[in-house]
Design a protein around this ligand. Sequence first.
Ligand SMILES: [Fe+2]
Length: 420
Amino acid sequence: MAENQQKLIHTFGALAELGSEVADKRNFQDMIRTSLHLLLGSLAIMRGGVARYSRFGHELNMLVVRGLGEDFPLSLSLCYEDERQFLINGLNVIEVNQAKVLPFYQVYHRSLEKKRVELLVPLVVRDEIVGVVFLGEKANGEPYSSYDKEIICAMARHIGVGIAQRNLMAELERRNEENRRLFDNLRMTYKDTVKAFATAIDCKDKYTEGHSVRVGRYTEIIAAELGWETEETEGAAIGGYLHDVGKLTVESKIINAPYRINAKESAELNKHPAVGYEILLPIHHPYTDVPLAAKYHHERLDGRGYPDGLEDKEIPYIAKIVNLADSFDAMTTDRPYKRRRPANEVIEDLQRNAGKQFAPELVTAFCRAMLKEVTGETKQKKFRRSLGKDYMEAEGIVPLLQNALNGISPTSSLTLVSLD
Ligand SMILES: [Fe+2]
């Protein structure tokens, strides 16, 4: 009795250890190895192995073996009948005499008999085969008692759960990866659709071809220079691409007037931010600020903008960025009634209006991004792509940009930019 008690304490100790091994998900292979060693050690079994079942390949792949030798097959194919029998048997010990009827045993009987495999335990967890434990003879040569078999089943159940958990994790990871890929595809489709839409908006205005696309690009440059995360930067760019969507409802003759439009026409045109907001609001954007970019991209820090005459802190940040990008494009492209202005004038204008129309830290970020491109600090050619090589290589542009960077103080309360 005392010996039995000792044995019981010993095996339950091993079982407890096995439980904590299974719970430790850090290294699956180590967990299986330790579990097998604990199982063999607790009942003094000479040799054994744990195989994981692949339901795609219909095979048992050995995860870990001990004492079975190098010539023991690492992969054992199962047929439908083997799988059916394992499922009927459930997680219970199969003695070698019973196993002889199984088709797979008949295929691998030489290896199994040579290594004196005496017991098989199909690891059936939640009605699924996840693996099989192979066990050789006991060190003392005695047959397995029913008590031994109970212990083996209890420990095998832990191993089976460990493998099932691992399978589940692998499945989750696979689905996660698939979801990520689907999401990326969706995001790409969204971006492409937005760009196509921006091109459609630009088509309406024959004098400012490519305006929305360029504003999207400049907005992206500013957000990236501010150090925004990729997704936020993308969101800002979308705001830029779609900021003038309200113009789709403005008459073409007003948009394309080859003269300065009158007050009535101007009032009509100035409705486009609010209309754009109405158009964009019901759409479920991945970025929340997109409709705000449309509504407030003509507001100014000093409150002299429209439609609501908002001041500095009242203006959504995205709208401030788009406003700068929009104004920069207006200054650097030909319009029907005026030619584009040279780079030096534009930079001076930005500097002069920092704190009045534009948020100073945004002008700084924009100038810094431009300087990086002009001096070759960055290999990107985003400005060059929009403005042309010659424009960007205008004489004196570097000192002007440096001067602007030194001269603008970040007086705006919104200083998300790091001024290095
Ligand atoms: Fe606009």
